[in-house]
Write a protein that binds this ligand. Structure first.
Ligand code: ATP
Ligand code: MG
Length: 365
């Protein structure tokens, strides 16, 4: 253990309070020693979405216990940790501030260095933690607030090849689940219903098909789903078979969008990198979806690239990916000052032109 670095990761950018301890030995082996996550679904349930003030307050009261449990599960004490990594953006400002203030307190009290981590970098670098993927790789980051194709060249070098111009796919899953009377988060609920449904019964749109390279659009899908539901029933609940078919048709539309747009992104990846274009990674909460993973795996085989999808629990928000990103970035003198500020908006590719739409966490990055 002496030649290894131990990172304590803290995540509180949305509605999951999560703390993890991750270590990497000199030989590159990674161990996720603990991952404790307190979900807040029950707190937001009655409002139909995440209420930022409630989320922030819950993070502030739970971070302490979450950290104690993560250290205990890892059989470590704070003094044995080498660095503290905390999500400092993008996300809901109240939750980010709760996490950053807590991390600063831990760092000041223990004398440990601390690092602010970009939540999206956490998602995009996860495949290196779980599968040891080498740079450069192509990543489709598909989550509750974002959707981007990224060329990932180093822990801090991301080139955006395309992105959603409106809703994120996770948002589309969540809003559509609500329209179908399913619980939140909507992605897993729709996936479960879709298993017994006919994915070709309803014709939902594939926005931007054949247009705008690997840019995507998802906002029209929920409107189309709503219209289809209204045609089926006026006031009553949808009968189960209809609901399953609608869920399956919706999921199929997302799969088709991803397959078409990933093909375009893979072409560009090959054009830019030639022989070095070897790996396609899917990450972010929506990457937990089995139909999406299976279809992107098939597509990757056609393009002759290795396909990597981290285990589902490391796709949705988790502090292990933040602890890992801390290990990737940490180096002599590479830590943040105590005046580090939380950033609600923090694009991975600062050179790419902004896309001016808002999601559940505010302005997209
Ligand atoms: N099996 C699944 N199929 C489809 N979507 C899923 C699945 N599991 C989770 N999701 C979706 O993933 C989203 C949550 O992902 P994640 O936790 O990465 O989002 P976020 O952190 O809120 O957003 P961001 O990472 O963009 O800031 C939710 O919208 C959820 O519905
Ligand atoms: Mg996320």
């Amino acid at each position: 253990m002496s030649s290894s670095l131990i990172s304590l990761g803290i995540e509180s950018s949305c509605d999951d309070t999560s703390v993890a301890v991750v270590t990497q030995r000199a030989d590159r082996d990674v161990d996720i020693l603990s991952l404790i996550t307190f979900r807040q679904n029950d707190l937001h349930h009655e409002y139909g979405g995440v209420v930022p003030e409630i989320a922030a307050r819950a993070h502030a009261t739970r971070l302490d216990l979450c950290t104690k449990r993560a250290l205990k599960k890892a059989s470590l004490e704070l003094r044995q940790v080498d660095l503290i990594a905390v999500t400092s953006g993008p996300g809901l400002i109240g939750g980010l501030m709760a996490g950053v203030a807590f991390a600063k307190g831990l760092a000041a009290g223990s004398g440990k260095p601390f690092l602010g981590i970009n939540h999206l970098a956490g998602h995009a670098l996860t495949a290196r933690m779980t599968h040891g993927v080498d740079f450069p790789y192509l990543a489709l980051l598909a989550s509750g607030g974002h959707c981007q194709f990224l060329l990932v060249q180093s822990p801090t070098t991301f080139t955006r090849l395309g992105a959603t111009i409106d809703d994120a796919p996770g948002e589309a899953f969540d809003k559509s689940a609500r329209l179908l009377g399913l619980p939140q988060p909507g992605g897993p609920a729709i996936e479960a219903m879709a298993q017994s449904g006919d994915p070709h019964r309803f014709e939902l749109p594939r926005p931007l098909s054949g247009r705008m390279g690997c840019y995507m659009s998802f906002s029209g899908l929920k409107t189309a789903l709503l219209r289809t539901r209204q045609q089926l029933v006026k006031k009553h609940e949808l009968p189960d078979p209809d609901r399953n078919d609608l869920a399956a048709s919706f999921q199929q539309a997302i799969v088709d969008i991803f397959v078409e747009k990933s093909g375009i992104a893979l072409e560009e990846y090959h054009q830019r990198l030639g022989e070095r274009a070897s790996t396609f990674v899917v990450c972010g909460g929506v990457a937990a979806n089995r139909a999406i993973r299976e279809n992107l795996q098939e597509l990757s085989a056609k393009y002759g690239v290795e396909f990597v999808a981290p285990p589902a629990k490391y796709c949705t928000d988790n502090a292990a990916m933040i602890a890992w990103a801390g290990l990737e970035l940490f180096g002599p003198g590479r830590c943040d000052p105590f005046d580090l500020k939380a950033r609600p908006r923090w694009p991975l590719d600062e050179t790419a032109s902004p896309i001016h739409v808002s999601g559940k966490k505010g302005q997209k990055s």
